[in-house]
Design a protein around this ligand. Structure first.
Ligand SMILES: [Fe+2]
Length: 166
């Protein structure tokens, strides 16, 4: 303590808000984005009424945007899948909100139950499909926002197509 100073703080430091670092209203780390996804997942009243199922094409809805990121809500009827793709320069967090999805990667197949989260880096290639008999819903956070989603053939040659969240 500086004995030349008359300043002292009595009481609870947490009540002196102007001395605290402001809580970030937007995440900026992978852990922060995963936490954002978990908090949205827990707020079922926010996302469940928005979900639509489309048997002719995959349904998606941009739920939220923030500085440098986007949050998308996706539905998957049984049999629907993304095809093999990466996410261009975007990293992401995939969270299953309802149902079950299957993810195929170069390292194997992952069964993703409700609540499961997957974090991926730019260039990560995967295919997501609803192999179950029930519809599924997932939440996808992309940072930066998705600008391209190159599709890959089984031989992993890429062709760039419009950015459709997956
Ligand atoms: Fe994806």
């Amino acid at each position: 303590m500086n004995s030349d100073s008359d300043l002292s703080i009595a009481g609870d430091i947490l009540e002196v808000q102007h001395l605290l670092r402001p809580a970030g209203s937007h995440p900026s780390t992978v852990a922060g984005f995963a936490g954002l996804a978990r908090s949205i997942a827990a707020d079922r009243d926010r996302w469940a009424p928005l979900v639509r199922y489309d048997t002719t094409t995959r349904w998606y809805h941009r739920l939220q945007t923030g500085p440098g990121y986007e949050v998308w809500l996706l539905s998957w009827v049984p049999g629907q899948g993304s095809g093999r793709h990466d996410h261009g320069p975007s990293s992401g967090v995939l969270t299953v909100l309802e149902g079950e999805l299957t993810e195929h990667t170069a390292r194997g197949t992952h069964s993703l139950d409700s609540g499961a989260q997957r974090v991926f880096a730019p260039g990560f290639v995967h295919e997501v499909v609803n192999d179950s008999l029930e519809p599924a819903v997932s939440l996808h956070v992309y940072f930066p926002g998705l600008t391209e989603m190159p599709m890959h053939s089984a031989r992993c040659s890429a062709t760039t197509e419009d950015a459709v969240p997956a």
